[in-house]
Design a protein around this ligand. Structure first.
Ligand code: MSP
Length: 496
């Protein structure tokens, strides 16, 4: 029997620029959840990829004097390279230029033309080239695009429309019956209000954009890039209305779709309406996270205001970045990224709290345990107490409350540090050597617990800890070795 896999998705990243930490954020979140579930032996399918069509990409490629596909090949590879560096273990990477995806998008379009959910008309409206979206007068900010702050253009063109208006009642009913569908709750209301305000049919094809998927029965139109991109979640899982792959049954519906708050409308309103039109079950949850700003400002390439993951990793390592992004800010809310805050947390939480604790315990184990690590769990009060926190930590992880989980884990780290400070094992070695061994055994078992908890966040660190702690060894103890610090402390830079 094929059991349903837990299907996690990230948005497809636009190939208009190289990735920055904003993109890394959504992908790392998905990876943390995927790793957590896999550790509980839950079969997971994690899909990410790149969004490659549309006039923006066509324009950039033209400016660079390259073919759009060649541009996409290069930039899509940059994303995959970064995911590798950040230790992201996805199961499938989809590109909207994949032939199977394009064929499925064409089949969807034809199916919806046939059912009447997509119809031909003409559009007069205000269009933002950067968003590739139309706006109503009332949505503009000082007559400019509300997202990019750039002027919009009056555009008139023949276009296909999607009958979004028809699905308003069904959407509202779905939101009501599935209160977790739009998450977190505090972001849901805006979507519900939007849906209640009267949904209008919207344009889903372009005659002016040639870098896109052609409509099969009317190829002077290409499919609007957002429709093309949204469909990836289904097509990547094997959906094509003309030929549904058996995989689709083990993957669909998606369990968690992670998105940034600015694309919640596309995912919380338009996407479910499309699925309803196709007669496909809706995803179980769409979760919108907040935005990282830099010194209070939006990250943007044009303003030179962005941070690349590679630069942070070069100085602090992959795990420190994975940790910081999810410890500093509640997943769902906005946060400000500053290198000062990063360094502060690195030194305090990682170098001091966890790193020092680990090296203190391991050094004492090397010195006092006769080079043998315990292979059997000791029953001891602290270990029992900390073990009882596991369900709460797992619960936070599954609710995507990553900072809550990390806070609890660091409470555990704090408990252990205090225990070492009060018990003073280096004195025990002189005054009560018979009590020292069980104490160190207990600490080692507690550190094993901590290493397991941090594994989804910091897989490299966890495996280094596991190795030192002899996890997975069944022989009579293993030799603890001298270990380099997990997180070398960063000194303040000297003024030049
Ligand atoms: N291509 C569309 C998504 C199509 S999905 C069917 C798109 N791409 S994007 O590259 O602009 O953004 C992708 C993701 O990166 C979004 O989830 C977005 O929120 C996230 N981030 C980009 N910059 C960000 C920050 N500064 N902070 C947090 N996340 C941000 O939208």
């Amino acid at each position: 029997m094929n059991t349903k896999k837990y299907y996690i998705t990230t948005p497809l990243y636009y190939l208009n620029d190289k990735p920055h930490i904003g993109h890394a954020y959504t992908t790392i979140a998905a990876d943390i959840l995927a790793r957590h579930l896999r550790s509980k032996d839950i079969p997971v399918h994690f899909q990410t990829g790149t969004d490659e069509h549309g006039s923006n990409i066509e324009k950039i490629a033209k400016e660079k004097g390259v073919d759009p596909k060649a541009w996409c090949d290069e930039l899509s590879a940059d994303f995959r390279q970064l995911w590798k560096m950040l230790n992201i273990k996805y199961d499938y990477f989809i590109r909207t230029t994949d032939a199977s995806h394009e064929a499925a998008v064409q089949a969807v379009f034809e199916k919806l033309i046939k059912s009447g959910d997509i119809y031909l008309g003409s559009y007069d409206g205000l269009y933002c080239r950067s968003c590739e979206a139309f706006y109503d007068e009332g949505e503009l900010k000082e007559k400019n695009c509300p997202i990019h702050g750039r002027p919009v253009e009056q555009v008139s063109e023949e276009t296909y429309f999607f009958k979004l208006s028809k699905y308003e009642p069904a959407l509202l009913k779905h939101y009501e019956e599935h209160p977790d569908f739009l998450s977190p709750r505090y972001r849901a209301q805006e979507m519900i209000n939007f849906a209640k305000s009267g949904l209008k049919d919207f344009s889903v094809s372009r005659t002016k954009v040639s870098w896109g998927v052609p409509v099969r029965s009317n190829p002077k139109h290409t499919v609007y890039v957002w429709i093309d991109a949204l469909l990836n979640y289904a097509t990547g899982a094997g959906y094509n209305p003309e030929n549904v792959s058996p995989d689709f049954r083990t993957l669909w519906p998606a369990d968690v779709q992670l998105v940034g708050k600015e694309i919640f409308r596309f995912h919380g309103v338009i996407w479910p309406a499309m699925l309803m039109a196709l007669g496909v079950e809706l995803p179980r949850k769409v979760y919108a996270h907040g935005w990282w700003t830099i010194n209070g400002d939006k990250m943007s390439k044009s303003r030179g205001n962005f941070i690349r993951a590679e630069d942070v990793v070069k100085d602090y390592g992959v795990d420190a970045l994975r940790f910081f992004l999810f410890r500093e800010v509640t997943f769902g809310q906005d946060g400000d990224f500053s290198l000062e805050a990063f360094k502060r947390r690195y030194n305090a939480d990682l170098a001091n709290d966890l790193g020092n604790l680990f090296s203190r315990v391991m050094n004492m184990a090397a010195k006092y345990l006769d080079h043998r690590l315990p292979v059997k769990p000791e029953s001891s009060e602290t270990f029992r107490e900390l073990s009882s926190w596991t369900p709460a930590i797992h619960h936070s992880m599954e609710a995507l409350q990553f900072s809550e989980a990390l806070e609890k884990i660091w409470q555990g780290v704090g408990t252990l540090n205090r225990l070492v400070d009060t018990k003073k094992p280096w004195e025990m070695a002189k005054t009560s050597p018979e009590a020292l061994k069980p104490f160190l055994h207990e600490m080692i078992w507690c550190l094993r617990l901590i290493a397991g908890w941090i594994d989804p966040f910091m897989p490299d660190t966890a495996s280094r800890m596991h190795l030192q702690l002899g996890v997975g060894r069944t022989d009579d103890g293993t030799e603890p070795q001298k270990v380099p610090p997990l997180f070398p402390r960063k000194q303040d830079e000297k003024p030049k």
